[in-house]
Design a protein around this ligand. Structure first.
Ligand code: MG
Length: 252
């Protein structure tokens, strides 16, 4: 019997099991409750902008919320550029990651892929990546006329699952990701208790529907899980000056 029915039974002074056997007739109030109340969150006036409780990771101005991954035990300043209100990958400088660490979250992030050079085809065409908790990649790629493997196309969970739809709108056009992340949980012994799960909306279209991850998303090899706690959000340097803007996150 679920907790709700037990609670209703306690409030309304009856034993659910006995009542159910008699036909289950209860007052409407027995299945209603008033606390705890959800926190008040004020939505943005413009859809896609940050609601009142979001952490703004990039507001178009600076990289103050970001660092390059730790080197020799110390975080170093993020080396990517800020241009025209966007963060732009500085090819060859490595990834950047948030100073703050995250678990379950709602992430909004927009990206734009540049005009490709002659050698920028397939996985070199507009490649970057949004790594939830630093190690689980939602792929960023230019999907225009790109015949790459489907579990590596834009909207995929890299090398695990293709997107449910191809909704990329074009090179040099802003693409909008909304990502809903449930972090994996590990026991004190390090054993996986529940895997990560992700829902991804790209340009308003569902492309991952509560997908249960098999583990990390390596280029070579297979997914694995290794126990971890909260970790930074990381953006990939794949050698292409992909731009990102309007990045905000809500802890869940
Ligand atoms: Mg990538």
């Amino acid at each position: 019997m679920n907790k709700l029915l037990l609670l209703a039974g306690a409030i309304c002074g009856f034993t659910f099991a006995a009542n159910a056997q008699e036909g289950g007739h209860v007052a409407p109030e027995c299945t209603e409750w008033y606390s705890p109340k959800p926190p008040k969150v004020i939505p943005a006036e413009k859809p896609g902008d940050a609601p009142s409780d979001a952490i703004i990771l990039f507001d178009g101005k600076d990289l103050s919320k970001w660092v390059s991954p730790v080197k020799d035990g110390k975080p170093v300043a993020a080396k990517w550029k800020v241009e025209d209100g966007a963060i732009v990958v500085e090819p060859g400088s490595g990834p950047i990651q948030t100073k703050e660490y995250f678990g379950d979250c709602q992430l909004h992030i927009e990206f734009k892929t540049p005009q490709p050079g002659p050698n920028n085809t397939l996985q070199m065409k507009g490649n970057s990546g949004i790594f939830l908790q630093s190690i689980y990649e939602v792929q960023v790629l230019d999907g225009q006329d790109n015949p790459t493997y489907v579990n590596g196309m834009v909207g995929s969970i890299y090398k695990q699952v293709a997107p449910l739809a191809d909704v990329f709108t074009g090179t040099e056009k802003w693409q909008v990701y909304d990502i809903y992340w449930k972090a994996p949980k590990f026991g004190t012994d390090g054993v996986l208790e529940s895997p990560a799960m992700v829902t991804v909306v790209l340009n308003g279209v569902l492309v991952q529907n509560n997908y249960i991850l098999k583990g990390t998303t390596p280029y070579i090899g297979f997914p694995t899980y290794k126990a971890h706690g909260r970790l930074p959000l990381l953006l990939q340097d794949h050698g292409v000056p992909v731009a990102f803007r309007n990045i905000w996150i809500r802890n869940l």
